[in-house]
Write a protein that binds this ligand. Sequence first.
Ligand code: G6P
Length: 506
Amino acid sequence: YEKQDGRPSRQRLLVVANRLPVSAIRRGEDSWSLEMSAGGLVSALLGVKEFEARWIGWAGVNVPDEIGQKALTRALADKRCIPVFLDEEIVHQYYNGYCNNILWPLFHYLGLPQEDRLATTRSFQSQFAAYKKANQMFADVVNEHYEEGDVVWCHDYHLMFLPKCLKDYDSKMKVGWFLHTPFPSSEIHRTLPSRSELLRAVLAADLVGFHTYDYARHFVSACTRILGLEGTPEGVEDQGRLTRVAAFPIGIDSDRFIRGLEVPRVQDHIKELKERFAGRKVMLGVDRLDMIKGIPQKLLAFEKFLEENPTWREKVVLLQIAVPTRTDVPEYQKLTSQVHEIVGRINGRFGSLIAVPIHHLDRSLDFHALCALYAVTASDISFCPLFFFVSNLSRCSIVTSLRDGMNLVSYEFVACQDAKRGVLILSEFAGAAQSLGAGAILVNPWNITEVANSIAQALNMDSEEREKRHKHNFSHVTAHTAQEWAETFVSELNDTVVAAQLRTRQ
Ligand code: G6P
């Protein structure tokens, strides 16, 4: 590397996440087609020029044969991606099992699954063993590609064991870990049978980051109460070694959304949507079909709103985009049926031969279609997964997550408001409530009456108030971008390691 002020000017960054930012489809024995997915993390890192990022993760497909693995590895290399191959059994036990059936619900305050709490400790143990094994497989791939001076940034609840595995390879490796979900109260974390082992594994990192100060505080409390370690304003100390713990709230690439609104395809979509829903206010919900997103609660609140406001019945439409996710996990299958049942009931109750109040889609939308929906929502009414947004004509949109690490849909909605000043109804249990709380209407998503009332409040809000709220949120979303988030984390990680070296020398 070229050195500048003693620091590499183009530092290599190894980003390790469970899932690579590509979808891979096999076309033949040794041929693959790849499509980059533009999630928050990808756009964050694409915008950062300071370092050269490489991704290490699971490609989301089972590739049992060596020919297929080699071909996929070659294809991914062009995208600076390096695959970790996980077989079906590991995916079942590690991803479906320990990650998505145990850690995900627990970290979102939905508790441990009953069957694991009762008798089937064997299944818990085998899932945890698979989790550790999978994390070790990620570590092996990192170690194979690691060069001295690289920064290794591990992401999310799938890889809590990874910092330890990496430090076992090389204690000098610069390792950061960031959690994209909430970290729950220590009283929740302590119910997890593997609570101590996981905390210790994370503490092997040099820097541990969370979206909000509260999550960081919960983590430090868990370390003090469960492990008996000392919490300091800087982090957690164990026998003289400090693991730095801090909050780094993520953002979005707001320019990408703002520019997106100018694209002719988006303008065409907006026109189509306006024609399609002429005379009705559009509320928009965009969520992964996940129990943490509070979709049933949102639908029930919308039903209550229709019940209590008969004059709105034929004037509002809720567009709910529910992106299927983790469809092999039984809890997610149950949720899908539950949501379909509620939508059917509400449409049966309040629909007419000409129109229904809810349009529910089980699928994802591409970037341009999404920008158009956010924009239309702004000009009429829109509902977001957790929030409701209000516009000039109508006035509201809602996001009702029961818990959410951050919720970037709310940020995307704000970025696409343009001059429309849509109102956002946002769950107080989403991390975003801490940054957009002053501009949104905050609601407790479990309180159906409160959420129904907030829709009415949003619809009746005057334009001055809407303008004031929107300004607050828009300036936050455009000032705290994903790029800035990534740069801050990596620079803090570099500084933390330098500070630790100085401490050891003293
Ligand atoms: C959440 C997690 C991410 C995960 C995403 C999609 O946002 O924090 O790590 O990638 O959900 O879930 P999936 O299981 O499809 O990767």
